[in-house]
Write a protein that binds this ligand. Sequence first.
Ligand code: PLP
Length: 279
Amino acid sequence: MGSIYLYNNRFLSAEEVAISPEDRGYYYGDGIYEVFRVYNGRLFEPGLHFDRLERTAAGLRLNLPMDRSALLEKLEELVLRNRLNEGTLYIQFTRGAAPRSLPFPKEAEPSLMAYTTEVARPVAAMEAGIRAKTVEDIRWLHCDYKTLNLLPNVLAKQEAVEAGTDDAILHRGGTVTECSASNIMIVRDGVILTHPADNLILHGVTRAVVLRLAHAAELAVLERPFTLEELLGADEAFITGTTVEVTPVVSVDGQAIGSGAAGPVTRRLQRDFAAAIGL
Ligand code: PLP
């Protein structure tokens, strides 16, 4: 982890960050977050992250303490101060600190905390693919908001890990939505299928970039829900996300997907994604 945090308007060491025990993020998960990828010292697709952050803030009626240009300046300074070349930047806003009571507190000021982490690209998983387990999606009906309430994601991921797999693929009554921390796409008969960006999934930045690349490569794309059956019978499956980029899913519930290795559409999108990040 980078040694410098951004806490409200100040750059501090971890020891200097003093978060109130009455912070509503701590009591209620009453807050929102973003995870940006940093490639070559630069934030990747900051505009798409800010769009989602502002949309989530509006949905939760949480007033962001600064506008996006002021925030971008601070985040770029954080990356510089931590000398981060390749990794992630985590930022969260909570509704602030106030005695425990459900209604919005009148006095509380939203609180901001951000830090960076050095992480390499997940080259091994992108090459070999991951194994996944299907888990019922028990989340609320605003999965399009990127909030701190991640308990269903935590439980799903834990269930997948305890079953000896790498990740959980979530479904609502047999309709696949997304994964514990990524979106999912499948390829059937040359067509890429992915759940529409509605209230049941997070509108992934990587998902948007990959769809843009697929259109540019003239690959057929259908944003429509697909079933577990269609997933298991797919020619290819892959997940997209800030930390996983484009990672093949090679088996689901112990059953091989397609040939049991990354397929040609997945490989093409991986190459195009690498080009998009300037490699
Ligand atoms: N879906 C969920 C539930 C996530 O938590 C994430 C990222 O954390 C994603 C999808 C992928 O979004 P992005 O590509 O913006 O990282």
